[in-house]
Design a protein. Sequence first.
Length: 287
Amino acid sequence: VKIEWDGETLTVTIPVSPRDPEPIVLTFRPHHKYRRLLDEWKAGRARMGEPTLTAHSLSIPLKFPDPIPYEPEGVIGIDSNEGNLTAFVTSTGEIREIDTGYVGKVNRDHLRREIKGTRGKHNPKAKKKIASKHRMIRREKTENFWHHLALALIAWALGMKAALVLEDLKGMKERIGKGKSRRMRQRLLNFWSIMTFHRILVHKARFYGVPVIWVDPQNTSRACPVCGRVVDRLRGHALACPCGVRMGRHEAAAVNIARRGVEFLEGSGLRGRGRWATPVAGPLASG
Ligand SMILES: [Zn+2]
């Protein structure tokens, strides 16, 4: 398929094939908001993907290069749970908790509706249809929520030129499977939801040029943020260290995640403790 753009008319030429002895030439006059993008493409500032032609539409994917991430002047450590996110900002010492209970609620609601909707139905095809409908709504609602939350965090990071630091959950599933701590097992339940959020956040961060760092998730909520000791048992939701520090475990995790991000940036972290989730250019690239 050949695409030509002269600033007014988009010409799509479909070459000769066994079915079409003559090339098919289609012309389009795109809406002005698409014209600007086509101008950018023509000027060489975007790459074109494979166009998709249907009976009623033409879709052309255009890929614009992502901005180069800035050099971070601090980090925001993010402890991700299904019910909430806790963020710690190194430059101000601020701790912020964000309620994400909506996601769990949507998941539960739609599961309930799915069960109710398929009750008494014996036709497996009809059952499948109802189930897939609910899955789709559920997915759309939760992804939309994560999407907006990701944008808010990115705006926050951009405002203070901070890097976002997330726990690297890759490989986490296997580790939880081997019967690790309760927190680890609990996290498996929320694993997919949090993975979705991280995927959306990193994708958007790339788009806005916000650097993101993955760090080792080991013991983030059990290590004392002051003396570094790993505390075996948590008192309820609090970490109580023999050194006298008492802190909520989510807050402790956010502080520890942020610290690992800072260590990674300073190059003082243990080997393999961190890696870039977003591309970096220049002196940062060797990180
Ligand atoms: Zn301590």
